[in-house]
Write a protein that binds this ligand. Structure first.
Ligand code: ADP
Length: 371
């Protein structure tokens, strides 16, 4: 077992393509670390550098105590699981799982034992004789995982391993993979563009954009305390609402003013605490209420109108308009009977509000502080 340390790593494919910039991260032994970000942000390149499939332009990578920066992939004691499974089409499931061990000249008995153990964990023993083309997508994915498990590597590296599965199976495999990783306690780096996968699977998440790490933290930290607009927008579904406006002082209180509404912060924000005037207010759809009955620190009412309702069964998403401002409200009340066009008052939970600089996009205040 081993952790992974990535130290000031850069990857230039050529002078104009800087895929990864000054990336540093320590992944603890046994940790499930998810690299997440939009397409092209450098997550696969980072993973492939840890695997040894891409050369590191600058910086160092350690697996356990060993500096593996210039080591061949086969000497790194890692196992990789790819999006397209990369199974050998002409080999049976058993042969696919045993192949890596045969190459490494493991004794026959040990190969049988390891393959049988892994197959049992994954529930694929009955498929041993089949060839990949005779398997469903989910079964293929299990075989690809099995092939990684039998190696008992120090680190699993997974590049969008669930992307080729249909939505329902993806959710099921997501949970299975997390349970499996907990059981094996093998350090895992998992790449995905899907924020839901990141939030539900990772012990810790790293969000990337344009080759730069934006933020690293537990799903909870990142959800409650995103450090900039990009992270705030990327994590959460539906996304956080953003409204541009100004901070003004009225009756010795700090207030946020925009052309659709105005809210005071009671004494949550002290006078002079924030220097910037032009800001972006961020509030999640789930932190808005139609009444003030529940516990919370509610803003004054905002008058708005329902433009659209998305009914998801247990919850509803209301698309609201307050003069020129638009935002979404996530309601967990399935008995809500509001109609499109109806006028309503809503209240923001002031204890869940985020304020970002309009200039830099960096967070300048949130009620939770360091939560
Ligand atoms: P992600 O996995 O986040 O989608 P990648 O790591 O694949 O992103 O790519 C990061 C950047 O590097 C992108 O701009 C991509 O076009 C570029 N890139 C990836 N692979 C190569 C390559 N082999 N040659 C040149 N540029 C590449």
């Amino acid at each position: 077992m081993a952790g992974v340390k990535i130290e000031n790593v850069y990857k230039y494919y050529n002078k104009n393509t800087i895929a990864v910039s000054d990336f540093s991260l320590e992944i603890k032994d046994g940790e499930f670390l998810v690299l997440v970000g939009p397409s092209g942000c450098g997550k696969s390149t980072t993973l492939r550098m840890v695997a040894g499939l891409e050369e590191v332009t600058k910086g160092n990578i350690y697996i356990g105590e060993k500096n593996v920066t210039n080591m061949e992939p086969k000497d790194r004691d890692i196992a990789m699981v790819f999006q397209d499974y990369a199974l050998y089409p002409h080999m049976s499931v058993y042969e696919n799982m045993a192949f890596g061990l045969k190459l490494r000249k493991y004794p026959k008995d040990e190969i049988i034992q390891r393959v049988e153990n892994a197959a049992e964990i994954l529930g694929i023993t009955h498929l041993f004789e089949r060839q990949p083309r005779q398997l469903s997508g989910g079964q293929r994915q299990r075989v690809a995982l099995g092939r990684a498990i039998v190696r008992k590597p120090q680190v699993f590296l997974m590049d969008e391993p669930l992307s080729n599965l249909d939505a329902k199976l993806r959710v099921q495999m997501r949970a299975e993979l997390v349970k499996l990783q907990r059981k094996l306690a093998t350090t895992t780096i998992y790449v995905t563009h899907d924020q839901t996968e990141a939030m539900t699977m990772g012990d810790r998440i790293v969000i990337m954009k344009d080759g730069f790490m934006q933020q690293a933290g537990t799903p909870e930290e990142i959800y409650h305390n995103p450090i900039n607009l990009f992270v705030a927008d990327f994590i959460g579904s539906p996304s956080m609402n953003f409204v541009e406006g100004s901070l003004v002082t009225e009756d010795d209180q700090v207030e946020f003013e925009t052309d659709g509404f105005k809210i005071g912060f009671n004494s949550l924000i002290k006078l002079g605490q924030i220097n910037e005037k032009e800001v972006i207010l961020g509030f999640r759809p789930e932190n808005i209420s139609l009444d003030t009955k529940n516990k919370g620190s509610w803003s004054k009412p905002i008058n708005c109108q329902i433009e659209l309702i998305e009914d998801l069964g247990a919850e509803k998403i209301l698309f609201m308009k307050a003069e020129n401002q638009e935002f979404q409200v996530k309601l967990f009340d399935s008995n809500f009977e509001g109609k499109v066009g109806q006028s309503l008052q809503v209240y923001l939970d002031l204890s869940r509000i985020h304020i970002f600089s309009k200039d830099s996009g960096q967070k300048i205040w949130n009620a939770g502080g360091g939560r």
